[in-house]
Design a protein around this ligand. Structure first.
Ligand SMILES: Nc1ncnc2c1ncn2[C@@H]1O[C@H](COP(=O)(O)OP(=O)(O)OP(=O)(O)O)[C@@H](O)[C@H]1O
Length: 357
């Protein structure tokens, strides 16, 4: 089948969806948006974004907090993306690997799997976001030394300690860059009497120090206008969500088995996801955790690249697979009580989900 079909990795994110075709590279990076007309998805990604404001069309977000919020919309979106990504299509349908937050529920995992099948996959593999993020930024999961990884996306922050071929501890906080955007938009609305779109805030927040200049509509007159926020105002408005992200990372560190603490102090935390670029976040993390903080070279693509690297290992004979394996439940998340799984590289059959099952 390998000669006849493609392998495709998908990072189905809250704000952005990325698709990587093995042998080709990242072929698609689009906003996770759909345009809906008469209950039908008529456009996806940036094409849908351009339709904001069109009469009779509503532009919707199929994803929330890193998982599928509206199955029908996510289905329509992924179908369109896969058609574009697989246009060099071979004869057989592709195998697809989808990254899912480590804290995703069984229902959320099932939805990610089903949506990939509906979009035309022959077989579907689910890869935990922190594992993908670690592989994507070049960490070796089989390394005996422990590593801490935090993928800070738009709607979720996935944190894990990875050591000796396994996820020792994992936690997904349902908070990310969008919450920071929302907090600043809400500050501008209440303190400066202006309505601004959340999308306007996110990108600027990563563009260096200083204040922000935001365009919007005055609440009183409805006319267009501009507000300038000082660096102090930005910091104050964003403190709560930024602190929530830092607290989630700290919670995982505080529950780290003591024998791994030395490794984490040496190696620090690797950050991936667009949220890692949020102004002041890396510095605050460094200060609050007292360990080195390193942002991945390309934080946006780390998860999809890592998912693709995971796929490359699927056909490697099991005895050669150092960084693959099956995830087995070993305990509970220290923060929200969900199951923590450990990657068992020693054995355990774990094939793809297939249509027949
Ligand atoms: N230059 C930038 N352009 C756009 N967003 C940026 C930029 N720099 C930082 N961001 C932040 O990155 C976030 C998007 O990151 P990313 O694409 O990794 O999220 P996602 O994968 O869609 O989300 P999740 O992992 O939660 O599902 C935005 O919410 C924004 O706050």
């Amino acid at each position: 089948m390998g000669m006849l079909s493609r392998d495709i990795a998908v990072d189905l994110g809250t704000a952005n969806t990325r698709v990587y075709v093995l042998g080709k590279g990242m072929v698609l990076d689009e906003p996770s948006l759909v345009a809906v007309e008469d209950d039908k998805v008529v456009a996806a990604g940036s094409e849908a974004q351009r339709m904001v404001g069109c009469a009779a069309v509503s532009v919707e977000h199929p994803m929330r907090n890193g998982t599928i919020a509206e199955f029908g919309l996510a289905d329509g979106m992924l179908r369109q993306f896969m058609t574009r990504a697989n246009r060099w299509g071979r004869i057989a349908p592709p195998r697809v690997a989808v990254a899912v937050p480590s804290g995703a529920t069984a229902v959320e995992r099932r939805a990610a799997q089903d949506v990939a099948f509906q979009a035309g996959a022959r077989a579907v593999y689910l890869v935990e976001v922190p594992v993908a993020a670690a592989l994507g930024c070049g960490l070796t999961i089989g390394d005996a030394r422990a590593a801490l990884i935090a993928d800070i996306g738009a709607g979720s922050t996935d944190i894990a300690i990875i050591s000796a071929g396994g996820v020792v501890l994992a936690h997904t906080a349902r908070i990310g860059g969008e919450d920071v955007d929302r907090a600043i938009a809400s500050y501008v609305r209440s303190e400066r009497a202006m309505l601004v779109g959340e999308l306007a805030v996110g990108k600027q927040l990563a563009d260096g120090p200083g204040g922000l200049e935001l365009h919007g509509r005055w609440k009183a007159t409805g006319l267009p206008g501009t507000v300038e926020l000082s660096a102090e105002e930005v910091r104050a408005a964003a403190t709560e969500p930024i602190m929530a992200i830092v607290t989630a990372v700290r919670a995982v560190l505080e529950n780290c088995p003591p024998e791994l603490s030395g490794d984490l102090m040496d190696r620090g935390v690797a950050l991936t996801g667009g949220g890692s670029l949020l102004r002041g976040l890396a510095d605050l993390l460094r200060k609050e955790t007292e360990i080195p903080v390193q942002i991945a070279d390309d934080p946006f693509s780390a998860v999809v690249v890592g998912t693709a690297r995971h796929m490359k290992g699927l056909d490697t004979p099991r005895r050669k697979r150092r960084s693959r394996g099956s995830l087995v439940p070993v305990g509970r998340d220290p923060v929200n009580g969900s199951f923590v799984r450990r990657l068992d590289v020693g054995g355990g059959k774990r094939g793809p989900a297939s249509r027949e099952r």
